[in-house]
Design a protein around this ligand. Structure first.
Ligand code: MRU
Length: 365
C-alpha cells in the first residue's frame, strides 16, 4: 500500500539482495521508520518486540529470519537451532509454525548454497502469496460490503467496527479485515470505520488509524469499551476482524477483546465477520476454546502508556498506583457460533468444520 507517494510492503529485501527491511511498527504512528535485519537474532528480536506483528507478517519475518541464519551456517544443526529459536518468538499466531514448516520441508533435502538460494526463493513466495491471498480476501469481502451498503439510505455511510490491526501492516500487503474496506472505499462506497483502540498495545489507535488515514478512509477511534453502546444504538452495521489462529471447527483466536465484541454483536443481531488467509487455519486443532496457546505479555504494557508529550517528544507514563499488579493476556477465542461467516481467499463460508472443509478440501485433515 502507499505511504505518501511511495508503494511499500511491510517487509522486503534490501538493495544488497540479502538483508531484510521492515517498517518499525513500534514507532508508528508518530514516526515512519524502516529497520534493517541482517541476522536471525535481529529477525527474532523484531518479532518479540513487535516491530513486526500480525499473524501473516510474523510468518513472513520468520521465513526471512531463517534465510539470514542460513547465510551464517547452512548446516542441518544450525537450521534446526534457528527454527527452534524463531518458533519460540510468539506463541499464538499459527502462521509462524506454518511458514517455518514450509521452509524446512522445502530445504531439508538441500545443502550449502542450494539450500540458501532455495530459502530466499520460498520466503519470497510466502510474501508474494500472502499479498495475493489478502487481495482475494478483499474481493470476496467486498461483495458483503456492497450488499450491506445496498441496504443503507442513499449517501449514508456503512458503519464498520474493527478490532486491533488487521490491515496491510499485519500482513505483507492489503491486510485481512481491512482489505475489503480498502476495496469498497476505492469504489466510492461511502463508509466509516469504528476503530477499537485495542489496549494495551493500541494497535487500533496507532496502526489501523494510521493506515486508514493514509488511505483517506473516514474513521473514528473509540475506546475498547464503546462498541457495545454503538451497536445498541444502531451505529454499527457490521464488524470485521482478523484472526491469529482459527481452529478446524471455525473457533477464532484473535486479539484480546475480540470475544466481547462478538458477544455484543450477537446480542444486537449485527453480523460479525472474520477475515483470514488459509495459512491462519490450524487444521491440527479441532477446537479453539481452551486449546490455543494464549500469549501473556509484559504487565508493563498494561501499567504504562506511551505517546507524545506537549513538546511532541515520545514519552511513557505510568497509570497504576504503587502496589497494583497488572495481568496482560494478549488474545482470546471467539467460539464459532458467534461468527457470522469467515472471509477467506477461496470464498466466504460458515464458521464451522463443514464450512472450512468445503473451501479447503485438500488442506483439511
Ligand atoms: O499481537 P498482534 O498485534 O500480533 O496481533 C494481531 C492481531 O490480533 C490482529 O487482530 C490480526 O487480526 C491478526 S493478523 C491479521
Amino acid at each position: 500500500m502507499k505511504v505518501g507517494d511511495h508503494y511499500y510492503r511491510s517487509i522486503w529485501l534490501g538493495e544488497d539482495g540479502w538483508s531484510v527491511e521492515i517498517i518499525d511498527q513500534t514507532r508508528l504512528p508518530h514516526e515512519f521508520a524502516t529497520h534493517r535485519l541482517t541476522s536471525q537474532e535481529q529477525a527474532a528480536e523484531a518479532i518479540v518486540s513487535m516491530r513486526v506483528r500480525g499473524a501473516p507478517l510474523i510468518g513472513a519475518t520468520a521465513a526471512y529470519g531463517l534465510c539470514l541464519a542460513l547465510r551464517q551456517d547452512s548446516s542441518d544443526h544450525a537450521m534446526e537451532q534457528a527454527v527452534s529459536s524463531l518458533m519460540s518468538t510468539r506463541p499464538t499466531a499459527v502462521n509462524l509454525r506454518w511458514a517455518l514448516q514450509r521452509m524446512t520441508s522445502g530445504l531439508s533435502s538441500l545443502n550449502g548454497n542450494e539450500r540458501l538460494n532455495k530459502a530466499y526463493e520460498i520466503a519470497r513466495s510466502i510474501c508474494d502469496e500472502d499479498a495475493a491471498l489478502n487481495e482475494a480476501i478483499g474481493a470476496h469481502g467486498l461483495s458483503l460490503l456492497k450488499e450491506a451498503a445496498g441496504r443503507k439510505k442513499t449517501g449514508e455511510p456503512l458503519n464498520i467496527l474493527t478490532h486491533c490491526n488487521a490491515g496491510w501492516l499485519a500482513t505483507v500487503d492489503w491486510g485481512t479485515a481491512l482489505a475489503p474496506i480498502y476495496k469498497a472505499h476505492d469504489l466510492g462506497i461511502p463508509l466509516h470505520v469504528w476503530v477499537d483502540e485495542t489496549r494495551p498495545r493500541n494497535q487500533g489507535a496507532s496502526l489501523t488509524a494510521w493506515e486508514l488515514a493514509g488511505h483517506g478512509v473516514p474513521h473514528s477511534v473509540i475506546v475498547d469499551n464503546a462498541g457495545g453502546h454503538l451497536m445498541q444504538s444502531g451505529q454499527v452495521d457490521l464488524c470485521i476482524t482478523g484472526t491469529d489462529r482459527t481452529a478446524a471447527n471455525g473457533d477464532v483466536c484473535n486479539k484480546i477483546g475480540t470475544y466481547l465484541k462478538a458477544l455484543a454483536a450477537h446480542d444486537n443481531g449485527i453480523p460479525f465477520y472474520v477475515a483470514l488467509p488459509s495459512p491462519t487455519i490450524d487444521w491440527q486443532l479441532q477446537e479453539g476454546v481452551g486449546q490455543v496457546p494464549i500469549e501473556e505479555r509484559d504487565p508493563k504494557e498494561v501499567s504504562h502508556l506511551s505517546g507524545l508529550d506537549q513538546e511532541g517528544r515520545l514519552c511513557e507514563v505510568k497509570l497504576l498506583p504503587e502496589g497494583s499488579r497488572a495481568a496482560n493476556y494478549a488474545f482470546d477465542v471467539t467460539p464459532a457460533r458467534y461468527v457470522t461467516a469467515l472471509i477467506t481467499e477461496a470464498g466466504i463460508c460458515d464458521a464451522s468444520r463443514q464450512g472450512l472443509q468445503g473451501l479447503f478440501r485438500q488442506q483439511a485433515v
